[in-house]
Design a protein around this ligand. Structure first.
Ligand code: ARG
Length: 413
């Protein structure tokens, strides 16, 4: 019988490096490593060599930055996706993409299993497992870190015993995850939600108070709800996002301190840096406010909330996601134009918006000359609009007993 084959999502860190010999030993299998570049600071070639040095029979690397931006970030942005109103879902959005790459390689390699380095306490295991199932129900998922009970020290020992290269650099107290859409930070002192995150926890943003003393304006161009240009220059989305992360991060924009409700029932303290996401969502919302009717905006908000939750919950490859996408896409037909955002000491404020499709009409809105609004029609409108409330109030006044004092009520019984 041929050896089973496992396709492992490989980051190059300690957990996934240890997972390679662990899987070979405990599952008697060959391990194929897959590393996906979603914009994290990674030297793909170095990671590939490390995978092989750790015992992978084959190591794939993929630059998926464009794919991530266009197929995962863009739909989330069009839905203004923020989990619990604050988290732009950076980590959550990368998981289905990585799972899709695992599935592709598994099919190419004829593998029966995929594996990932997530522990049993987080959301990411849910996202990897469900994304894999949603794409390839025939594949089985293995999560070594859910099975082993090694401490960090144990892992280092295991690595050394199995010839896995261990980085000499001093381990940071924080656990981080980075991609184009943001950086997440957990562990260490952050586990005390009453304590302000120390400066050292941040990697992408300056402290707001340390931002430049002069504000900086950025202009985002949108076409059908998708950013296409920055400051008048058109750019592919993944490049635009990377540049905006640097610019907005310099001004201390995008820090998020969130007491988060995980899918697995745990409350956790999460710190994020998402400069581009914060700016782009604010700009996109501002443009929508200019071009979409009130009822569409209002209904879309409920869709956005559901959409954000399903991304968080790992349900990207599901029929509900596709159906909500169809709704969101339909709403974006006219969401084209430019939005100016002022970056200053931690804040990103929309200062101007413009669109050929603006529903804002000066002739209707103005309080100066040129007003075309037919104000005499307002009275009739209010009469009809208020008829239900008027009727209700009138009927209530007729049938309600006159004000009765508690003493009298009791006396009557
Ligand atoms: N709590 C965030 C989320 O669920 C961040 C998770 C970070 N993941 C990680 N492997 N460090 O999306």
């Amino acid at each position: 019988m041929p050896k089973p084959k496992i396709v492992l999502a490989y980051s190059g860190g300690l957990d996934t490096s240890v997972a390679i010999p662990w899987l070979r030993e405990n599952k008697s299998a060959d391990v194929v490593a897959v590393t996906v570049d979603v914009g994290q600071p990674v030297d793909l070639e170095r990671v590939r060599r490390k995978a092989e040095a750790s015992g992978a029979t084959r190591a794939y690397v993929a630059d998926a930055r464009r794919e991530f931006a266009e197929e995962f970030i863009a739909p989330a942005l069009r839905a203004n996706a923020l989990y619990e109103g604050v988290y732009p879902l950076s980590t959550a959005l990368a998981r289905p993409l990585i799972a899709r790459h695992l599935v592709r390689v598994a099919r190419k390699e004829g593998a029966q299993y995929v594996a990932h380095g997530c522990t049993g306490k987080g959301n990411d295991q849910v996202r990897f497992d469900l994304s894999t199932t949603g794409l390839a129900p025939e594949l089985e998922v293995i999560a070594p870190a859910r099975e082993w009970s090694m401490t960090r020290e144990d892992e280092i020992g295991f690595a050394q015993a199995h010839g896995v290269p261990v980085d000499a650099t001093k381990a940071s107290p924080y656990s981080t995850d980075e991609n184009l859409w943001g950086r997440s930070v957990e562990c260490g002192i952050l586990e005390d939600p009453s304590v302000e995150p120390p400066e050292e926890a941040f990697g992408w943003t300056r402290a707001p108070s340390e931002g430049p003393d002069e504000p900086e304006y950025v202009t985002i161009s949108f076409e059908r709800g998708t950013p296409t240009g920055l400051n008048g220059r058109s750019a592919p989305l993944h490049e635009l996002i990377a540049e905006l992360n640097r610019t907005a991060g310099t001004h201390g924009v995008g820090r998020i301190d969130h007491l988060e409700s995980r899918v697995v029932g745990i409350k956790s303290r999460e710190v994020y840096e998402c400069p581009a996401a914060v700016v782009l969502i604010a700009a996109h919302q501002a443009l929508e406010a200019l071009v979409l009717p009130r009822d569409v905006l209002d209904y879309k908000r409920s869709v956005e909330q559901r959409y954000s939750q399903l991304i968080y919950d790992g349900l990207w490859f599901t029929p509900l996601k596709s159906a909500l996408d169809a709704f969101v896409t339909a709403t974006q037909e006219r969401v084209s134009g430019e939005v100016a955002v002022k970056l200053y000491k931690g804040s990103a404020r929309v200062t101007g918006r413009r669109s050929e499709n603006a529903l804002y009409q000066t002739a209707l809105a103005t309080y100066s000359s040129g007003d075309q609004y037919r104000r005499q029609m307002a009275e009739g409108f209010i009469y009809v609009w208020g008829l239900p409330a008027r009727t209700w109030a009138a009927v209530g006044a007729r049938s309600a007993p006159a004000v009765v004092s508690p003493t009298r009520t009791r006396a009557r019984r």
